[in-house]
Write a protein that binds this ligand. Structure first.
Ligand SMILES: [Zn+2]
Length: 134
């Protein structure tokens, strides 16, 4: 079978489910597919924007220009937090404990797709059965 991984933020008690964002759960799948790139957006830290940046790309702010106010609920959301890709074989039980955390997969996919714009690099939100209460 193999070990499954999910992205967990223990400070904010949030997680991202690999299946809910249209990806695979094995570490190799996180590494080899678009889903692994989500950390660039989540971990971004700067209060200024520039060309090719999240803010500069869409909002047209000047190179090195200050960002006035929060423009995204996702970009930089996890910067500075305790974040891990936890496996279901890990002895910590965090993988299962995170089920009680908030799943931010939908917000992430919406923000990611608006940011990246390239069709082949977009994610697809598809709530999986393990995250949907039956
Ligand atoms: Zn899920």
């Amino acid at each position: 079978m193999g070990q499954y991984f999910k992205a967990v933020n223990t400070d904010k008690r949030e997680y991202i489910c690999p299946w809910c964002i249209g990806g695979g759960a094995k570490l190799w799948e996180w590494a080899a597919n678009s889903q692994g790139s989500i950390f660039t957006l989540l971990l971004r830290k700067s209060d200024e924007g520039g060309g090719g940046d999240f803010y500069g790309y869409h909002k047209g702010c000047g190179e090195g220009g200050p960002i006035n106010g929060p423009l995204s609920s996702i970009a930089g959301r996890w910067a500075g937090d305790r974040v891990c890709l936890v496996g279901d074989y890990d002895s910590s039980s965090l993988y299962n404990d995170a089920r009680s955390y908030r799943n931010i997969s939908r917000e992430l996919v919406d923000e990611w797709n608006a940011f990246i714009e390239i069709p082949d690099r977009k994610l697809e939100y598809d709530p999986c059965s393990s995250c949907t209460p039956s």
